[in-house]
Design a protein around this ligand. Structure first.
Ligand code: NAD
Length: 509
């Protein structure tokens, strides 16, 4: 459905938006010609390829960066091992203090970092500020929890003393997507550093600016080489990192298909892996649910970060008793969201990250229509209506066959599919009948129903009467093809270490 005759909900006229973004970029972006951060220095690459960083709101260039090649990866890994020689010697209290100081610098520059992510990613400023709060808090969390990293003694045989140590890998790699640029960087940097590793981080092609700024603001707090940032294309720089034989662990966040390739490449050196991949998460609304709560949860789950969220609640299962009431309230909520300039305080949805991503989202909506679905609100946008930027309207679809691509595949845009349910077991079967298992939401006032559904759902993260809360310490990760390993928690810290067992013969010692 293409409602070209209906009024736009773009909050500002594009000429004013462009002007505001141009001024913000002049103020916030230090250098339109970015360089790689290796061994504590900003250096050029001899690569002939470059990355063009584009503002998705205005479709105008923000900066350009060298696209790191295999030689740059080699330099970064070598520098990281030198960095590890110093950082690996820091005792836990020194590491704790350093990570705390990084958090201080982030907090002191929070608005600047948030606005850079808005320019680069298009996320609304209110959401970008929440990201930066989480970023600072994650550094603080890992600065504290690193003090709990300890080995153990194990009852051995006669005359034996068995103890274990938890040792860092030395140098690890982080590869991240574009949807939460600074937060995803932090989910790798904070635990890697806390455990005593040096790291080579490859941001997404589209969004390196906030992590570059973080290193400008706080790089001096770490020994040279401890953190290295290389911008570059996945198949070249990302792959060279994963295949490098002196990388002890790869922490990857991205799409499932890319993750499968990373896993195969890591196999050559039996490199340890954490994979945080895609999702297609269900939300279940029970018949006793408070409709206001259900609408709030579903709106947050679906339209947060413009639907560009790995754990987005994209399949909504609503009990038949409340289906009509819920659906009309949810559609009204979707229609009341403000799409527009992400620098504006009142904007709920900014643009999608790229032209390609917007086209992809619109393609899925067309596929749903072809499969006989009814589009209750939203639908493909057009350039004529939206003038510039990669905007897509919040879209709600029903009557979609379970096996259709719009139900089974991750879209990564603001597109919700609705289902009615009556029998609990059938609903759980449908909710679980998917390759992904990242997250799920449950809305009910009955604790017993909530517990039962939470146990029955095949997902790594379940939210009850809320969605998208990410306090540090809460393990985050997927079941099935949504990945392996957990982030943002104490077990993450351990996953950046290896266990060494030492067995002493007491009779000869
Ligand atoms: P992507 O897989 O295309 O890219 C992710 C990163 O991998 C980028 O830095 C990219 O350059 C790099 N890359 C690409 N090919 C590579 C290769 N062959 N070897 C090594 N690195 C390579 O994903 P995207 O489009 O940037 O991000 C969206 C995806 O990320 C979605 O599927 C989303 O669900 C997922 N995601 C998951 C989580 C989570 O925690 N589970 C969080 C955020 C995003």
């Amino acid at each position: 459905m293409n409602r070209m005759d209906e009024p736009l909900r773009i909050s500002d006229d594009m000429a004013a938006v462009r002007d505001r973004h141009r001024r913000a970029a002049d103020e916030l972006i230090r250098d339109e010609e970015l360089r790689l951060y290796i061994d504590g220095e900003w250096i050029e690459s001899d690569s002939e390829k470059r990355l063009e960083i584009v503002n998705p709101t205005t479709d105008t260039p923000l900066a350009s960066a060298p696209a790191a090649n295999a030689a740059d990866v080699e330099r970064a890994v070598t520098a990281a091992w030198r960095g590890f020689e110093s950082w690996g010697e820091y005792d836990p209290s020194e590491r704790q203090r350093t990570l705390g100081r990084i958090a201080d610098r982030i907090e002191a520059n929070a608005e600047r970092l948030a606005r850079i992510d808005v320019l680069d990613n298009g996320k609304p400023i209110t959401e970008a500020r929440t990201d930066v709060e989480l970023v600072a808090d994650h550094f603080r969390y890992f600065s504290g929890v690193l003090r709990s990293l300890e080995g153990k003694t194990v009852p051995g045989g006669d005359g034996q003393h068995v103890e274990t140590l938890r040792e860092p890998y030395g140098v690890v790699a982080g590869i991240i997507p574009w949807n939460f640029p600074l937060l995803m960087a932090t989910w790798k940097l904070a635990p890697a550093l806390a455990a005593g590793n040096a790291i080579v981080l490859k941001p997404a092609e589209e969004t390196p600016l906030s992590v570059v700024e973080l290193l400008h603001l706080a790089g001096d707090l770490l020994p040279d080489g401890t953190v290295n940032v290389i911008m570059g294309y996945g198949p070249e720089a990302g792959r060279a990192l994963v295949q490098h034989d002196r990388i002890g662990k790869v922490a990857f966040t991205g799409a499932v298909e890319t993750g499968k390739g990373v896993m195969k490449d890591a196999a050559d050196n039996i490199t340890d892996l954490t994979l945080e991949l895609g999702g297609k998460s269900p939300i279940v609304v029970f018949p006793d649910a408070d409709i206001g709560t259900a609408v709030d949860v579903a709106t947050e789950a679906m339209f947060f970060n413009c639907g560009e969220c790995c754990c987005a609640g994209t399949r909504l299962f609503v009990h038949e008793d409340v289906y009509d009431r819920f659906t009309s309230a949810f559609v009204a909520a979707a229609e009341s969201l403000t799409i527009g300039d992400p620098l504006s305080e009142s904007t709920d949805l900014g643009p999608e990250i790229t032209h390609t991503q917007r086209n992809r989202t619109e393609h899925y909506i067309s596929l749903a229509e072809d499969a006989g679905a009814e589009v209750l609100t939203g639908g493909p946008a057009t350039d004529r209506r939206l003038e510039a930027g990669y905007f897509v309207e919040p879209t709600v679809i029903e009557s979609v066959p379970h096996e259709s691509r719009v139900v089974q595949e991750e879209i990564f845009g603001p597109v919700e599919v609705l289902f009615e349910w009556s029998e609990y077991d059938d609903m759980i079967d449908r909710a679980n009948d998917i390759d992904f298992g990242l997250a799920a939401g449950i809305v009910t006032e009955d604790l017993e129903d909530a517990h039962r559904a939470a146990r029955d759902m095949e997902a790594g993260n379940i939210w009850v009467n809320q969605y998208n809360t990410f306090p540090a310490g809460q393990p985050f990760g997927g079941y099935k093809q949504s990945g392996m390993g957990r982030e943002t928690a104490r077990e993450t810290l351990e996953a950046y270490t290896r266990t060494k067992t030492i067995n002493f013969n007491l009779e000869r010692s």
